[in-house]
Design a protein around this ligand. Structure first.
Ligand code: URP
Ligand code: ZN
Ligand code: ZN
Ligand code: ZN
Length: 447
């Protein structure tokens, strides 16, 4: 569809991570051309009235899997192809605009890395200025736990959580932080799902580590009590790794830490499998494909549980849904800010409207929704992507292929500035001594 490339958003409150101000926003050719009061524009410009609404940067979902080949087929290569991977990481970072890499401590015999492999991967990330991301769960303990649950006759989705309790996530999180610290590599912990793991991230940040924790919409919006639901398909729908936690105070706790910057940024880990696909594991929970929805509902869930609940303000909402992600992944202020010259990725957010999340009305392909029935205050009224209105009046109006890969430079200052300084000043030095001249044993080797 042909759309005017010039849009004036009038009368809204522009909300950035650091301030909110009543302002108009003028968009031209995919960019924000001006932000200011009572902007005058020529004829032919589409005017959108945003009175009573917020004008916020388009959300950045830090973590999704679309069309992932997973848990039905085994990956052919593992990380033992060490040096080749090392070179590929460098090529991706220097030539292809990829500045983050995810390493797995779970999925034994598939993706799981040993500590020395993690050490090598983190060393390489540090050398090339990439963001090292880690899926932190102890894969060996999960494998043992799964055998135990199956031997006890626990084959349903509750076995998925029982075989990998919180400490399995917390231990791996601590280990990843320790390994990263030995090479002064910044670390990004994806899908922080438990109170225990969140505490580990939070305490590392208080100890001065450059660590970022990413809770996801699922963990902030629902919990793991569903694994005990009597209907198998319902319970299986929530299976993901690390699992949602049965402690019902978990979402609130994660949200409190997110509000206080103990956790930094939000994703979804959107990785959807239909009920039929989940049923690959109908007799054995270890075969249920891991993953849940979230990409469509993340903003509403975080507004509801974060802002509507009073835990965070609208500015922190912007920080955790776009600005901080843009900074970590070196896209700021091209993305994550409403400002002159930024990309025209804008959401006109209606904080007063409500909607009820349901698989019956969502736009995702998956045939259930883990947030089914949740009432959310705060809904997107209009979404603009690179200057094009892609969502309005409850309808998506975007054609496949509109999305663009944005190459990202390594060495994001937000992540690496402190690291570089520490490299300069924190280098260990040897003690200068006179040589030891006393008696000493000698070791003889006999062939
Ligand atoms: O269960 C999950 N998280 N599925 C997606 C793959 C991953 O580990 O992120
Ligand atoms: Zn993962
Ligand atoms: Zn349920
Ligand atoms: Zn993931």
């Amino acid at each position: 569809m042909v759309q005017p490339s010039r849009i004036l958003i009038k009368g809204g409150k522009v909300v950035n991570e650091d301030c909110s101000v009543f302002s108009d926003v003028y968009i031209e050719n995919g960019k924000i051309a001006d932000v200011g009061l009572n902007l005058q524009v020529s004829a032919g410009v589409r005017v959108i009235d945003a009175t009573g609404k917020l004008v916020i940067p388009g959300g950045i979902d830090t973590h999704t899997h679309m069309e992932l080949q997973f848990m039905g087929t085994k990956a052919v290569d593992d990380f033992h192809i060490g040096t080749k991977v090392k070179k590929e990481m460098e090529t991706l970072a220097k030539e292809k605009g990829v500045n983050s890499f995810k390493m797995f401590m779970a999925y034994k015999d598939v993706f799981m890395l040993s500590d020395s492999e993690l050490h090598a991967a983190f060393t390489q990330c540090k050398d090339i200025g990439a963001v090292a991301q880690v899926h932190a769960e102890n894969g060996d303990l999960i494998a043992e736990g799964a055998k135990k649950m199956l031997s006890l006759g626990i084959t349903g989705p509750e076995g998925h959580e029982l075989c990998r309790p919180e400490e399995v996530e917390a231990e791996a999180t601590q280990r990843a932080i320790t390994i990263a610290h030995t090479v002064n590599c910044p670390l990004y912990v994806v899908h922080v799902m438990s109170k225990s793991a969140a505490k580990v991230v939070s305490s590392a940040r208080r100890d001065g580590r450059v660590v970022f924790g990413e809770p996801i919409a699922a963990g902030l919006g629902t919990d793991g009590t569903h694994y005990w639901h009597k209907e198998w398909a319902h319970a299986a729908g929530f299976v993901m790794g690390p699992p949602l936690r049965p402690d019902p105070s978990t979402p609130d706790y994660l949200m409190d830490l997110l509000a206080n910057d103990d956790l930094s940024v939000t994703g979804t880990d959107n990785c959807t499998f239909s009920v039929c696909q989940k049923a690959l594991g109908k007799d054995d929970f270890t075969k249920i494909p891991n993953g849940v929805n979230g990409v469509e509902d993340r903003m509403s869930v975080i507004w509801e549980k974060g802002v509507h609940s009073g835990k965070m303000d609208e500015n922190r909402f912007v920080a955790v849904t776009s600005s901080t992600a843009a900074k970590i992944f070196n896209l700021y202020p091209q993305k994550g800010r409403i400002a002159k010259n930024s990309d025209a990725d804008v959401v006109i957010w209606d904080p007063k409207s409500t909607r009820i999340i349901s698989a019956k009305t969502h736009h995702q392909a998956v045939d259930y929704n883990i947030f089914e029935g949740m009432k959310c205050h705060g809904v997107p009224a209009v979404t603009i992507s690179r200057g094009i209105v892609v969502y309005e009046h409850g309808k998506l109006q975007v054609s496949p292929g509109h999305g663009r890969f944005i190459p990202r430079e390594p060495m994001s200052e937000f992540v690496y500035k402190r690291i570089k300084q520490r490299d300069q000043v924190g280098r260990p030095t040897a003690v200068i001594r006179d040589p030891y001249k006393g008696k000493h044993h000698s070791i003889f080797a006999f062939a």
